[in-house]
Design a protein around this ligand. Sequence first.
Ligand code: ADP
Length: 246
Amino acid sequence: MNALEVRDLHFAYGARQALCEVSFSLAPGRFSALLGPNGAGKSTLIALLTRLYDLQRGEIHVGGHSLRDAPRAALTRLGVVFQQSTLDLDLNVEQNLRYHAALHGLSRRQTDLRVEAELARQGLGERRREKVRALNGGHRRRVEIARALLHEPRLLLLDEASVGLDPASRLGLNQHVRRLCREHNLSVLWTTHLLDEVHTDDALMILHQGRLVASGQVDTLVQNHDGDLGRLFAGLTRPTATGAPA
Ligand code: ADP
């Protein structure tokens, strides 16, 4: 079963069409990248996937559960790291995780187990008593990933998670998420506007002005573009006069 199915998604902010006829599916246990320039519709798509916005037209299934008809079942299979951090900077790492677990109704015993497991998995065990304010950007992101995975979703969405990080932390975070995907059979949807965060064996979707203009494995997609993702991307994402979906 696919980790995620998106079918014929349309979304408009008033008269402004932000997504048009977007359909794709994510295979389980894979790192999938969603690439698009600013304004392409990535955040709108994430907002629909996480039910921040109601669906206008189209269907989304997470782990086979319809977000429209069975939202609880769908959302429990989803972990999300939003672009804007919502960590409490004055709480320490472990307190942030426990606070989130309490909000989501995990029992004391479940919380103890899950917090320990995620601290270990994210390499944060030694930092558990440090205030988030004292952590660098890369480690703060790891706390957010730990938090997103507390309820053991099978699919992790990251919305431009590397924005604002220095190059070394950006690379480190990307590698870390790939490791999670590989070693824990997690399905990942990584949205970015940075080409160097995408590898040749990734599944890739390119979004441009609200439309999916490419979808497939990177090495296949770049075959007719001298094997160069930059050329493929530049060719597919040339701005049009209106900037709206055609
Ligand atoms: P991305 O995340 O790829 O930068 P967005 O999803 O933020 O793209 O934006 C897609 C389109 O929708 C853009 O044209 C943007 O200007 C428009 N848009 C985004 N949010 C709003 C909003 N709240 N109201 C009106 N238009 C919006």
